[in-house]
Design a protein around this ligand. Structure first.
Ligand SMILES: [Mg+2]
Length: 241
């Protein structure tokens, strides 16, 4: 059966859009205070252009979003006339501030009770394409392991992400149920790597894979323990038939 549950983080355990918006705003405010010469160039279009250039030069940064973000900031600072040394120092400072803000998440009310319950019976693992380190949050106490895409240079939905991450933490994909909100990244990707998948689909998006068991599709986190129970029961019945 299963002995581990892996969780997506952003938009599964909390709403991530306001978090990133607030972190971006904090960084823009920091630019005003700490890097005034950057202000005229601190524009989405310019930053996206730097992003494109950097990824073209260093494709390995595509899934290493922390390093990528700091390099974009560094390039923008250099472009604005800061010296190499100033640029490095300021980019590190600005990125650290962004990352701190990025960890100010407000988990859904159902998140903590759910993790507390599941942690009694399963090994819990956090698998994210984002750069949030679950160990920095109080929720981290429920997780036995975590892997961020930027640590291994691979991202969901690539099945290699799942296989590499689970191998690294000593868990068998076939004995793992992955839970996440993104159909492509979390459901299709996990299943392609041989995991089971439960789709957290609060927005009632259509078109899950035809063979995704109905009980493994939920609209609220609260439904998850029963959903897993029903699914396991049905699997047992199928085996015993
Ligand atoms: Mg997500």
């Amino acid at each position: 059966m299963i002995d581990a549950i892996s969780f997506d983080l952003d938009d599964t355990l909390w709403d991530n859009r306001p978090v990133i918006r607030a972190a971006e705003a904090a960084l823009a405010d920091w630019v005003q205070r700490r890097a005034p010469d950057l202000v005229p160039h601190y524009q989405l279009e310019t930053l996206l252009e730097f992003r494109r250039e950097i990824i073209e030069e260093q494709p390995r940064l595509r899934h290493r979003i922390s390093e990528l973000r700091e390099q974009i900031l560094f390039r923008a600072l250099r472009y604005s006339g800061y010296s190499e040394a100033e640029g490095r120092q300021l980019a590190a400072e600005g990125f650290t501030l962004f990352l701190d803000e990025r960890h100010r998440v407000s988990p859904f009310p159902e998140t903590e009770p759910l993790l507390e319950l599941l942690a009694r019976d399963y090994q819990l693992i956090a698998l994210t394409n984002g750069n949030l380190d679950i160990a920095r949050l109080p929720l981290g106490r429920f997780f036995d392991h975590s892997v961020r895409a930027e640590e291994i240079g691979l991202a969901k939905p690539n099945p290699e992400f799942y296989r590499t991450a689970l191998e690294r933490i000593g868990t068998n994909p076939a004995r793992t149920l992955h839970i996440g909100d993104d159909l492509e990244n979390d459901v299709i990707g996990a299943r392609n790597a041989g995991l089971h998948a439960l789709w957290f689909n609060p927005g009632k998006a259509p078109n899950p894979p035809a063979d995704l068991p109905l009980e493994l599709q939920v609209e609220t986190l609260r439904q998850i323990p029963d959903a897993i129970g029903q699914w396991r029961q049905r699997m047992r019945d199928t085996v015993n038939r």
